[in-house]
Design a protein around this ligand. Structure first.
Ligand code: ZN
Length: 128
C-alpha cells in the first residue's frame, strides 16, 4: 500500500535509496532523503502525497516536487505523475536540455568537404 503512494514513487525517483516508513497516522516521521540525515526530522504523508523536512526545509507535494526537479509546468508535472503512478518509467528530463540547437554549421562543413574532394572548381592557388 505504502509503496503505491505517488509521493513514494516521486521521492524514490530522485532519491532511490530513500526507504518509505510504515504509515503511522497522517504524517509519518522519516529520514530526509534531501539532506542525508541519521535521525528522522522529516515527515511524509501518503494520504496527502506530501513531504516536509524540518531539518533542511525541503517540502512539497508530489506535483511540486516533480515541477522543481524536472523544471516542468503544472500540467506537464501532472501528466508525468500520472505516468509514474501507472507504473511506467518516464525518462528523467531535468538533466537534459529540452531542445538542442540545430547544427547549422555541420551541414556547411560537410558541403565544403565534398567540394574539396572533387576535381572541378579548385581555386587557382591550389593547382599544381
Ligand atoms: Zn531535510
Amino acid at each position: 500500500m505504502v509503496r503505491d503512494a505517488l509521493i513514494v514513487k516521486v521521492l524514490q525517483r530522485y532519491y532511490p535509496h530513500w526507504v518509505p516508513p510504515e504509515e503511522r497516522g497522517e504524517w509519518t516521521a522519516c529520514l530526509c532523503p534531501v539532506h542525508n540525515e541519521h535521525r528522522p526530522s522529516a515527515s511524509v504523508s501518503y494520504r496527502r502525497n506530501a513531504f516536509k523536512c524540518h531539518g533542511c526545509g525541503a517540502r512539497g507535494d508530489a506535483i511540486s516536487i516533480i515541477r522543481k526537479q524536472e523544471g516542468m509546468s503544472y500540467t506537464e508535472a501532472v501528466r508525468y505523475a500520472a505516468e509514474l503512478s501507472q507504473g511506467s518509467d518516464p525518462p528523467l528530463r531535468g538533466s537534459t536540455p529540452r531542445k538542442r540547437s540545430r547544427r547549422v554549421f555541420g551541414d556547411t562543413r560537410t558541403a565544403s568537404r565534398e567540394r574539396e574532394g572533387s576535381c572541378r572548381r579548385l581555386p587557382p592557388w591550389r593547382r599544381d
